[in-house]
Design a protein around this ligand. Structure first.
Ligand SMILES: CSC[C@@H](O)[C@@H](O)C(=O)COP(=O)(O)O
Ligand SMILES: [Zn+2]
Length: 449
């Protein structure tokens, strides 16, 4: 005797096959039969998925082992399991349509490396659960294909929570899912339709028969100090915290081999500094601490000092002594933008390590996972247009698709020269209050993308 679910899955596979979305033995399809313990009902591997009778379906456990039925489990079962675990999906449908295959390849092609396919301004988007307007922009994640399914599933995992019920695999196909089989099928049909539209439109644009769609803002690049957190947190909390603990931290770590390269770099910088009058003096712990404190007081940058500060802040955040007081509007805005498929990136003069710590330990919990890119001054100075071009290239986007928000006009000038959209962050405690020729915002909530 076969279940109604098995009948429905068999019929769904036949319908998908008839549309040419899983030719040959391509594609695989699963439904959750039980959750605790997890059992998937799915097509066996290596068969024509259009002709699998309900009684020929197999049952597979959470480790990908066949527990009932004849035949092998697909190697791709691991990705089905990852999707079910991460999204709570009740069914996962994987196709090899031409549209999904060619567009996934196009996204990862030379010079693009986009990592996602944006879809916007199509009424059919509303067929995806949670989308209520054609204006909502969704970003379908795209991953390079990999025959190591454990590795592919591990890279897919973190992308699945924000994915619009689908994921593209380069040169391979589409995975779509939903809370049950009916919803998964609807999502699959909608996504396949959107992909068809996308490639047909690309062709017409390339032939000059359609204007290429104006690029909307696809990413927001955020400064931190004065933009997402109050300036005094950095100047009056973070820097004094590290300054006061330099002595103890270096004393306790004197014999720590991990600190040795840092200490060597600090000593080399001391030796090269005329003003510190240590020529001839033995470099000792106290002279090192005095030197570093004088650098902090003069706001002079030394990579080894930055790294040391990062290590000290790391301890402070971990113990709960430090927590970043982000402005109240920040977390809701970041979440809303991510939900709309907008990429988020940080560009701050603090090191990438310090940036990640700050967002990991914020008053709005760990927000670090919302950002896809982190940039510090190793990419270039914040006042140079070239830095913003390098950031856009690293993100695989045109500069005009990025909105940069900062409280420093010189930085906005450079970003504008590079072609980015800009907003001036006018927070109460910021030293610069005059927006000049830039559009000012007092809260991220004022930004409409
Ligand atoms: C035409 S072979 C395609 C397979 O390698 C795979 O990508 C696929 O979708 C079907 O694999 P299967 O093992 O039959 O479930
Ligand atoms: Zn496949």
């Amino acid at each position: 005797m076969t279940s109604a679910l098995a009948e429905q899955l068999s019929q769904t596979m036949a319908a998908i096959h008839a549309r040419g979305w899983c030719d040959g033995t391509g594609g695989n399809f699963s439904c959750v039969l039980a959750r605790d313990p997890l059992i998937l009902l799915m097509a066996p591997s290596g068969v024509d998925k259009g002709t699998v009778a309900p009684e020929a379906l197999i049952q597979v456990d959470a480790d990908g082992h066949v527990v009932a039925g004849e035949g092998r489990a697909s190697a791709e079962t691991l990705l089905h399991l990852e999707i079910v675990a991460r999204t709570g999906a009740g069914a996962v449908l994987h196709t090899h349509s031409h549209a999904a295959t060619i567009l996934s390849d196009w996204c990862l092609g030379e010079g693009r490396d986009a990592g996602h396919l944006p879809l916007q301004d199509l009424e059919m988007l509303k067929g995806l659960a949670g989308i209520d307007s054609h204006r909502r922009r969704v970003a379908l994640p795209v991953l390079a294909n990999d025959q190591d399914l454990a590795r592919l599933s591990a890279s897919a995992g973190p992308l699945l929570g924000d994915a619009p019920h689908g994921l593209l695999i380069g040169g391979h196909g589409l995975y779509a899912w939903g809370c049950d089989l009916a919803e998964a099928r609807r999502h699959l049909e909608i996504l396949e339709w959107l992909l068809e539209q996308r490639w047909r439109r690309l062709l017409l644009e390339a032939l000059g028969q359609l204007p290429s769609r104006a690029i909307g803002i696809q990413a927001v690049l955020l400064d931190i100090e004065g933009t997402t957190c109050p300036v005094p947190f950095v100047s009056q909390v973070l820097f004094p915290y590290a300054r006061e603990r330099l002595d103890a931290f270096l004393r306790e770590g004197a014999n720590d081999p991990a600190l040795a390269p840092l200490i060597a770099a600090i000593d080399a910088a001391m030796a090269a500094t005329d003003s510190n009058s240590i020529q001839g003096e033995t470099v000792n712990h106290l002279s090192r601490v005095r030197f570093l404190q004088s650098l902090i007081d003069q706001d002079r940058k030394l990579p080894a000092l930055k790294e040391l500060q990062g290590l000290i802040w790391d301890e402070g955040y971990a113990s709960g002594e430090l927590r970043c007081p982000l402005f109240d509007d920040v977390a809701p805005a970041l979440r809303a933008w991510r939900g709309a498929g907008v990429e988020l990136a940080v560009y701050s003069s603090g090191s990438v390590k310090a940036q990640k710590l700050l967002y990991r330990h914020s008053n709005a919990s760990d927000l670090s996972g919302l950002f896809s890119h982190w940039f510090d001054t190793t990419t270039g100075a914040k006042g140079e247009a070239a830095s913003y071009r390098a950031i856009a290239a690293a993100m695989g986007l045109e500069t005009r698709a990025i909105l940069f928000v900062s409280d420093v006009k010189a930085e906005l000038e450079a970003a504008r020269t590079a072609g980015m959209a800009t907003r001036f962050s006018q927070r109460q405690e910021n030293p610069e209050q005059d927006p000049g020729s830039f559009e000012a915002i007092t809260s991220l909530a004022e930004i409409e993308l």
